[in-house]
Design a binder for this molecule. Structure first.
Ligand SMILES: Nc1ncnc2c1ncn2[C@@H]1O[C@H](COP(=O)(O)OP(=O)(O)OP(=O)(O)O)[C@@H](O)[C@H]1O
Length: 339
């Protein structure tokens, strides 16, 4: 029996996108933040490629907000280094105000002012033309609400106003911390579309955090998965999935195993099933033909693949999720949200 077939798909070590260092908007090396001796962010090496959406995924308390605050200079690292937009960032050399647009822990506004008035104040503070205000409002589809005070805004409107504030300076990089938190499904879809459009149409790099796999899956080109302060994976979501295995259900599993052994093909006996790693179609055909010619019966040949959700849970949940179904070639790929 070959135990290699049972190994979890991706190694826990982070993989890096293929981008070279000049294509990277954010690079961190060994970024660490401890509170009272406990690491909230633990030796994180981020590699965020230029343009597109980088999904920063992890369960509650994983270290997402702390990482974003470190990148924004809102808190200081305990150790490690950061390079943002080509500049080494430290307490001594922070990025200029407005260089990064951000939405962290719910935007704060003057509730007794209108949306445009709130944005105008930020434009003045950043030394920007007030002409940007209407453009930002129309980008987030918040026009026609000019008279309404922010205290009377819905949660979705406040999130959109927060996004408008973040993009007022047309920054090349935006950090959005759980921007869909608390929104209803329609609001979630709206904000998600807005983020994708900003990245595609304006060429903005957007780092967006979430604890919901399905949400990130619909937005992100590249993901970083963090848990207990450590980056467990970095790269395209597709990289989380393994090649899968093939299950041959046969009348004589020992005989089939012997045939595989002759060809030095790894295999594992599971009752009437013999499991192999993914094989070329020709090899599958040849094996089936030899079994049948030897008088055996092949009941089923099935490709079994771990779902994206299982791979994610294995990285972020020490107990994994043994009860979840695996997807097979017989059924469409299913990915459900993790709440
Ligand atoms: N100012 C602080 N003082 C002490 N501990 C903190 C502080 N800020 C964060 N932490 C701790 O650091 C860890 C990471 O928190 P963080 O808010 O970064 O996680 P998160 O992934 O953003 O979680 P969530 O999805 O719940 O917002 C948690 O254990 C949290 O309690």
């Amino acid at each position: 029996m070959n135990t290699a077939l049972n190994e979890a798909a991706p190694a826990a070590a982070p993989t890096h996108p293929t981008a070279n260092k000049h294509d990277l908007v954010v690079t961190t090396i060994g970024l660490t933040k401890t509170y009272n001796g406990a690491a909230a962010v633990d030796h994180v090496d981020l590699r965020v490629p230029r343009g597109g959406v980088y999904g920063f995924l992890g369960p509650n308390g994983a270290g997402k907000s702390t990482t974003m605050k470190l990148l924004l200079g809102l808190t200081r690292p305990s150790s490690g280094s950061m390079q943002v937009l080509g500049h080494p960032v430290s307490a001594r050399s922070p990025l200029p105000a407005g260089a990064i647009g951000s939405l962290i822990e719910g935007p704060s506004f003057y509730p007794r002012l209108t949306g445009p008035e709130n944005l105008a104040m930020v434009a003045d503070y950043l030394g920007l033309s007030r002409g940007r205000v209407q453009h930002a409002l129309s980008t987030v589809s918040l026009t026609g609400q000019d008279k309404k005070l922010v205290k009377d805004y819905s949660l979705g409107m406040k999130q959109r106003l927060g996004l408008a504030m973040a993009l007022l300076a047309q920054p090349p990089l935006m950090l959005l911390d759980e921007p869909t938190n608390g929104l209803d499904p329609a609001g979630v879809a709206e904000i998600r579309q807005l983020i994708v459009d900003l990245a595609r149409q304006e060429g903005t790099t957007i780092i967006v955090s979430s604890h919901i796999l399905s949400e990130i899956e619909q937005m992100a080109d590249v993901v970083g998965i963090i848990c207990d302060g450590r980056l467990r994976y970095q790269g395209p979501l597709s990289g989380l999935q393994d090649d899968g295995v093939i299950d041959f259900t046969v009348s004589d599993p020992a005989g089939a195993a012997a045939l595989l052994g002759e060809q030095h093909i790894q295999h594992e006996l599971r009752g009437r099933t013999v499991r192999t790693p993914m094989l070329p179609e020709e090899a599958v055909g040849a094996l089936v033909s030899r079994i049948v010619h030897g008088g055996g019966t092949v009941f089923r040949v099935q490709t079994v693949r771990k779902t994206l959700e299982q791979a994610f849970l294995e990285l972020t949940d020490p107990l994994g999720s043994p009860s979840l179904p695996t997807s097979t070639t017989a059924a469409p790929f299913t990915v459900r949200g993790v709440n």
